[in-house]
Design a protein around this ligand. Structure first.
Ligand code: 5GP
Ligand code: ZN
Length: 137
């Protein structure tokens, strides 16, 4: 389903022009308009899923396969030194466009970003770790 109010539906459907680096029946991959590095791209499914939770498993699998192919292609063409893959779900996690997308971020020595795209490291006690482990296993 496409959402007529969604910018990524319009971009992936070709209604709004974009710098497309790859397209097939299911996905469009475009350069990010406000990139973290030279070559930062977004894999956008043409179907509207707000986030990973809404996306069917088989489509999620195909996104990862495409991400792997593009990581190789982009690394070869851009001669980058490393590569981050990022995918945000929900406002709390930094999502700003509520149509699933996966960030492909080529990394270069001295590109000005933190080496590790950043999160804080908590110091949890054994009890706290155990409590989380009980919930998840
Ligand atoms: P999020 O924060 O939701 O994970 O990422 C949204 C990304 O989409 C941001 O990196 C932002 O720069 C990019 N973006 C937002 N609007 C547009 C647009 O109209 N065109 C392109 N090419 N990128 C966009
Ligand atoms: Zn959409």
């Amino acid at each position: 389903m496409r959402d007529s109010n969604c910018i990524f539906c319009k971009i992936s459907g070709g209604e709004i022009p974009s710098k497309t680096i790859y397209e097939d029946e299911e996905f469009r991959v475009i350069l990010d308009i406000s990139p973290a590095s030279k070559g930062h791209a977004l894999i956008i499914p043409k179907e509207h899923y707000a986030n990973l939770y809404e996306m069917p498993e088989d489509a999620a699998g195909r996104v990862m396969i495409l991400a792997k192919k593009l990581a190789g292609h982009m690394t070869e063409r851009l001669k980058c030194d490393g590569f981050n893959i990022v995918q945000n779900n929900g406002e709390t996690a930094g999502q700003t466009v509520f149509h699933f997308h996966m960030h492909l971020i080529p990394r270069y020595a001295g590109d000005g970003n933190q080496d590790k795209l950043c999160w804080n490291h908590l110091e949890l006690s054994q009890e706290e770790l155990d409590e989380i482990w009980q919930k998840l296993k």
